[in-house]
Design a protein around this ligand. Sequence first.
Ligand code: CA
Length: 339
Amino acid sequence: MKIITLEEHFQLAEIKKAVAKFLPGLNAFHLTGYDPSDAQLEDLGADRLHHMNAMGVDVQVLSYTSAGLPAIPAAEAVPLAREINDQLAAAIQAHPDRFAGFATLPTPDPEAAATELERAVHTLGLRGAMINGRTNGRFLDDPLFRPILEAAAALDVPIYLHPAFPPKAVQDAYYAGFDPAVSMSFATAGWGWHMETGIHALHMILAGVFDRYPRLQLILGHWGEMIPFYLARFDEALTPAAKHLQRPVADYFLQQMYTTPSGMFTLPPFLLTMQIMGADRIMYAVDYPYIATDQARTFLENDQSVLPIKKKSRMGTPKRCSNLRPCELRGAISGKHGL
Ligand code: CA
């Protein structure tokens, strides 16, 4: 069984420094306890490979850690994104059997972001893009971002919608007022990120994005960012109201979104997601180095509850991995297109 993980992060020292000039507050995330060292994030060689081997991960699909690019001026974001993607491509070239990558896009300049996505896929061989939450408070369904979605659909590559900080007004209204570590965790990995990202995906559905781009595929981490749990409820409450959509709300989720665990290796959400979405819509992710677990392989191999499901699914072959196609990026729990 070959294990390919899709939400694995790296950082570049000079980019961190450049972004920090604009976003000094980003450093507060260390309060949450998800605080890997710069060395861990910046290593794209021996140390990372050592950890992958220890975790039983064969291939990491790398993406830049929440770069903050959505919140910096467009003129700065464009060259930084290019630099990130160039360096990512170089790291993949050094270890083509162990790394693949998702591009970072300068979303504040959507036209440039679309051009960069095309360059990243065609010239650098990256497999899609990771976008961290909203850009300047706007969801991806804002007409401003059509060039990005159009490009992703035309290139047939997925967009991994990764959590990011909720807007300040939301943080203040919902998550503030506790000890700073509690408020930060509550607003991010403890709840707020997932609520924010789930709303973002639903917002895109309700805005008709997936009718406009029926080939567009989105990846959500954290077992679907709360959506699978409520999917029947959405069809009960939202679908009758959303007469402007061509299909039921749940249908967009089941046909145009994938999910990964993002290192949340407990059985109940896996079983729920498996029942709701099926094996073909589940991929795999550790969220290294924020989560550096030894469960990446054992969760699949050793747990008795996973085994019967695993037997039904095709775990794939190493052969397919060397020819990883963008929309065939299904991880270890996979169906007919398994890697
Ligand atoms: Ca992550």
